[in-house]
Design a protein around this ligand. Structure first.
Ligand code: PMP
Length: 309
């Protein structure tokens, strides 16, 4: 999945190779530590999920589990659904997404703009309802009409980060990494990046950022996560954990926007906040990802109130 060597990219080959920047306002050099952050919102679909979505779909096309005329089906109220929709648009493939009806209006519009079929499931059933309904529909045409990427169990998800995100981070930082910290949704990012960084330098510490309560409101994160990817052993990859509260994460995303000039989402703020906390415990070169663009959160109370300040 190399980029073209010529100057012209395609929509899909422009996935990845995102910039990595030092966050010098969040982590001033005088602190004795540095923080390098990968701006994943600059992917064509606006988030880090373009990488695993591309890997899962490409692999399925290569091994014949996804054939022309079939529909990509899954549940997602967030970035993964948008990435499937964007890739489906480019490939001319149908995409069917199940998501709770209370998902944000921006996300509904974005998926539909790309031409995906969005099926809204009862809000009170939450994500589990959307997952169940997507699975029920999938069973009606599994392997024939439908292909389901299954991002929570598909090792092509962490593999995309192992082969791209981590390699870029090493190149862009000149290998100056002591710690990598990020939150967990599917765990694809932490396990894929973590495994590769540890192979590069066994001294690098991989730190999982976790919310301090179940109602954390940080889009993309799971409180009760499970990490079951073949070939990516969480016990060998994750060294430590740091907890973050929602208020601190919101304050950090505001600082990323107003002080670093980076309009990104709440999990980006949470990652930056986590590294600030870690820098009280450790000193060195920290790295993280800013998973998505803040333009996806404009209708949230936090952003609309902040815009008026
Ligand atoms: N932040 C955001 C905004 C996301 O959409 C996701 C993906 N669900 C994550 C963080 C977590 O990434 P991963 O699934 O690789 O653990």
């Amino acid at each position: 999945m190399e980029k073209n060597n010529n100057f012209i990219s395609t929509t899909l080959s422009s996935i990845g190779k995102t910039p990595t920047v030092p966050l010098t306002r969040i982590m001033p050099p005088a602190s004795g530590s540095r923080l390098y952050a990968k701006i994943e919102g600059l992917n064509p679909g606006g988030s880090v999920k373009d990488r695993p979505a591309l890997y899962m779909i490409k692999r399925a096309l290569e091994n014949g589990t996804l054939l022309p005329g079939m529909t990509i089906i899954d549940s997602s109220s967030g970035n993964t659904g948008i990435s499937y929709a964007m890739i489906g648009a480019y490939l001319g493939m149908r995409v069917k997404i199940y998501a709770p009806s209370n998902m944000s209006e921006e996300r509904k519009i974005i998926m539909r703009l790309y031409g995906a079929e969005l099926i809204l499931t009862p809000a009170e059933e939450s994500h589990d309802g959307a997952i169940k309904r997507a699975n029920d529909e999938y069973q009606k045409g599994a392997g024939k009409v439908y292909f389901m990427p299954d991002q929570y169990n598909n090792s092509d998800n962490p593999l995309s980060h192992y082969e791209t995100t981590a390699v870029e981070l090493i190149e862009q930082t000149g290998g100056n990494i002591d710690f990598f910290a990020t939150g967990i949704g599917t765990g694809g990012t932490i396990l894929g990046v973590g495994k590769r960084l540890k192979e590069f330098n066994g001294k690098i510490k991989i730190i999982a950022v976790v919310p301090d309560n179940e109602m954390h409101g940080i889009e993309g994160w799971k409180y009760n996560y499970s990490l079951n990817f073949k070939g990516f052993d969480k016990d060998k990859i994750i060294d430590d954990f740091v907890k973050v509260d929602t208020e601190g994460s919101y304050e950090a995303v505001k600082r990323l926007i107003r002080e670093e000039g980076l309009l990104c989402g709440f999990s980006s703020g949470a990652n930056a906040y986590a590294v600030q906390k870690l820098s009280e415990r450790y000193r060195g070169n920290f790295s993280t990802v800013l998973p998505d663009t803040g333009s996806r959160y404009l209708s949230t109370r936090v952003f609309s109130e902040f815009a008026l300040l």
